[in-house]
Write a protein that binds this ligand. Sequence first.
Ligand SMILES: Cc1cc2nc3c(=O)[nH]c(=O)nc-3n(C[C@H](O)[C@H](O)[C@H](O)COP(=O)(O)OP(=O)(O)OC[C@H]3O[C@@H](n4cnc5c(N)ncnc54)[C@H](O)[C@@H]3O)c2cc1C
Length: 374
Amino acid sequence: MSEVNKILVVGGGIGGLCAAIALRRQGIAVDLVEIKSDWTVYGVGIIQQSNVVREMARLGVLDRYLDAAYSFEDVGIYDLQGTPLARIPGQRLAGEQYPANVGISRLALHKVLSEAALELGATVRLGLSVDAFEQDAEGVQVSFTDGTQGRYELVVGADGVYSKVRGLLFGEQYTPRFTGQAVWRYNFKRDPSIDHLASFMGADGNAGLVPLSNELMYMFSTSHEPHNPWYQTEQLAGLMRERIGRIGGLIGELREQITDNAQVVYKPMEVVFVDEPWFKGRVLLIGDAAHATTPHLGQGAGMAIEDALVLSLELVGQGSMEEKLQRFMARRFERCKFISEKSILAGEREMAQDPTFDRIGLTKQMLKLTAEPI
Ligand SMILES: Cc1cc2nc3c(=O)[nH]c(=O)nc-3n(C[C@H](O)[C@H](O)[C@H](O)COP(=O)(O)OP(=O)(O)OC[C@H]3O[C@@H](n4cnc5c(N)ncnc54)[C@H](O)[C@@H]3O)c2cc1C
C-alpha cells in the first residue's frame, strides 16, 4: 500500500481547483501552481449539467455553488425562428431537493472553487509553473520556473488544452487541433423566458441562451471559420451580429444589442485527446490537458470535475501508485473518449449542415451516460 501525502497540482482552472478540493478532503497536502499572476477568468458563463451538480455535492461545495448560480430543470430545443421542437427534462442526480442543471458565470464558479480550495488548506502560488521534473520510484522532484524545487508523490497536470505537463510527458505527440469552428459569446440582461437552457438549431446556424443569475444570461453561437482567422477586437461585435444574422426569435431580437466589441468572447475550438494512459510514472494529466473537446455537449468542464473526484477516491484506495492510476484510467478513459469524440462529431455534422444528424438523440445518449455513476 502506498500512502499519498503530498501532491502538486499544475493549473488553477476548473479541474485543478476541483482536484485541490477533493484531495484536501482526503487529507492529502496540495501545492497548486497557476501560471497567471492575476488569477482571473473571462466573464461569460458555463453550462453545468446534472452530473456536475452531483459531483459538486460530493466535493462538499454544492450549497455555495448553487447560491452563485442559476438553477434550472429542462433544456428546450427550438428551431432557428424560435419554434419549440423538443423539451429534454432535467435529471436531479444530486437528490430530489437539488436542481437538475445550472448556469453559472465563470467568474462566480472560479470564486466558489478557489475559496473552497484555500479554506481547505491548499497552498496556492500564482505566476508560477513547472520547468522540469525528474521521477524515481518514490516521487517526483520538480523544478519550478522561479528556480525553487519541490518533491511530491504525484504531479497532476491540470494545465488545460496547451498543457506544459503534457509536453513534458509526451513531447509533441499530442498537440491541439483546430476543428474549423469557433464560438461567439455575449452577456445580456436575462429575459424572463430564459429560465432554462434554450438551444436554437438549424441548417443556417446554432445558438443558445443560458441563464446565469436572475439578472444575467449569455448567448452562444457556433460558426464555421475556415483557416482559423484572427480578428481584431474592434471587429468582434459586428462579426457576431453577422454570424447570427439568419437566426430569428429571441436571438434575432437581441442581435442589435451586441455592440460592445470588448464584451464579445470569441474562441476557436481546439481539441486534443491523449489516446493512451494519461500518466507516466507519477505524473498524470486530467481535464483539458488530457481530453479537450468542443463545447457541443457542454461537458468539457464536467469531465474535468469528474476526473478530479475519481482521482481523489482512487488515491486513498489500496495498492501501488501504478495500480491506483490504472484504476483511475479504467474509470475515466472510455467516458471521456465518448464525450470527446461525440462532441467533435456534432461540430462536424454542423459544419456539413447534415439534416439527417440526430443532435437531440445524441444529447439524450450523453445524458444517459453521464447520469451513470463515475
Ligand atoms: C467556447 C467554450 C465553451 C465551453 N462551454 C462549456 C460548458 O458550457 N460546459 C462545460 O462543462 N464545459 C465547457 N467548456 C469546456 C471547459 O471550459 C473546459 O473543459 C474546462 O475549462 C477544462 O478545465 P481545465 O481545468 O482542465 O482547464 P482550464 O480551465 O483551461 O484551466 C487550466 C488552468 O491552467 C493554467 N495553466 C496553463 N498553463 C499552465 C502552466 N504551464 N503552469 C501552470 N498553470 C497553467 C491556466 O491559466 C488555467 O488556469 C467550454 C469550452 C469552450 C472553449
